[in-house]
Design a protein around this ligand. Structure first.
Ligand SMILES: [Zn+2]
Length: 213
């Protein structure tokens, strides 16, 4: 996690003493009052979410909680996108409420943001899975795992190991099913896979693409 610069801390401390009492700026404790960024909570559209995050000079304080980046070690490779499709097993039109990422059995699966494991178990469709609750209404779900390495109630940080890729549940082969929810609604995880809040280069790339114009 990026450290807040001393200069920023000094300015921040001078202009907003009351605010600094509400939040622990020590990145090792990462204590956050969700109220400070409540503007992020109602947002559902990915462009609105990204615009909010990138335009906030204080984003350093909370970006570790936003599910961002790729949950596997490899380069991004998508087997199946979010949205309507013919289900590969059932052969009927079904809305795919997540994104399928290429992966072989046993490959490591990581949390994409800090949060709490609220579910770790088995369902007939997504097999062994882990569900993480983040701040601001975000939830991330990792399905078809061959192994689960975390327990319900456990706090996890970004890039913490959650389990291994597998082929449990209703699948034709091993891959990672990755779902994002915001305020109890499914959202397309695609844009979030490419996010790297700690790299200015990525931010620039988004502006180039016109996403933040
Ligand atoms: Zn899937």
């Amino acid at each position: 996690m990026k450290k807040i610069t001393l200069g920023f801390l000094m300015i921040f401390g001078c202009i907003n003493l009351g605010f600094s009492q509400n939040i622990a700026l020590n990145t090792s404790t990462k204590t956050i009052k969700e109220d400070n960024w409540k503007g992020l909570s109602p947002l559902l559209e990915v462009n609105d979410i990204l615009r909010y995050i990138y335009s906030d000079p204080l984003k350093e304080n909370y970006i570790h909680t936003i599910p961002a980046g790729y949950p596997l070690d490899k380069d991004i490779h998508i087997n199946s996108f979010y949205g309507s499709r013919n289900h590969p097993v059932h052969q009927v039109a079904k809305f795919h409420r997540g994104i399928d990422l290429k992966g072989g059995t046993g490959e490591k699966v990581y949390a994409t943001g800090e949060g709490e494991v609220v579910e770790a178990g088995y369902k007939s469709d997504i097999g062994n899975y882990v569900k993480i609750k983040h701040l601001y209404g975000f939830e991330s779900i990792y399905g078809h795992l061959s192994k689960i390495s975390v327990k319900k109630g456990q706090k996890v940080s970004r890039r913490q190991l959650l389990g291994k890729v597998g082929a449990t549940g209703t699948v034709t082969g091993p891959h990672l099913h990755y779902t994002l929810k915001k305020n109890n609604q499914f959202i397309d995880p695609f844009d979030f896979l490419f996010l790297d809040f700690e790299s200015e280069g990525i931010s620039f790339m988004w502006q180039q693409k016109g996403k933040l114009a």
